[in-house]
Design a binder for this molecule. Structure first.
Ligand code: CO
Length: 132
């Protein structure tokens, strides 16, 4: 599976965008709010993969909770799959715990599902299927 992107939780999205523009030497090419998740995202190209910065839009956002517990940092790794429903079925049959029973619409025009970090050595795993 290809790594589609790495998600990084940030406190100050504007500051983080400037930091990653400098680090990757490439401008943020897309910003998008995901209302259902109460997050604002910013994307950068990094070779064949991407970096997704995630900021909270409300205090009860999953990202706000994450930042409170752990501070800014690596939030998830997203693997590209051809069929997120089929992968979810395959992995739950193998004993992985799905955090998303039914795949949902995520940022960047993807259908996404998450696996609980306890299933994958402490790393939150996103499975994402491109909708375009
Ligand atoms: Co993601």
């Amino acid at each position: 599976m290809r790594i589609d992107h790495i998600g990084i939780a940030v406190r100050d999205l504007e500051a983080a965008i400037a930091t990653y523009e400098a680090l990757l030497q490439t401008p943020c090419y897309k910003r998008e709010s995901v209302e259902t998740e109460k997050v604002e995202t910013a994307f950068f190209r990094a070779g064949d993969s991407k970096v997704e910065l995630l900021g909270a839009t409300t205090p009860d956002s999953v990202i706000a909770t994450y930042l409170e517990k752990r501070g800014p940092g690596l939030h998830h790794i997203a693997f590209e799959v051809a069929d997120v429903n089929a992968e979810l079925e395959r992995l739950t049959a193998l004993g992985f715990t799905a955090l998303t029973a039914i795949p949902k619409r995520g940022a960047d025009n993807k259908l996404i599902a998450f696996l609980h970090p306890k299933s994958s050595e402490g790393v939150l795993v996103e499975l994402c299927q491109s909708l375009v």
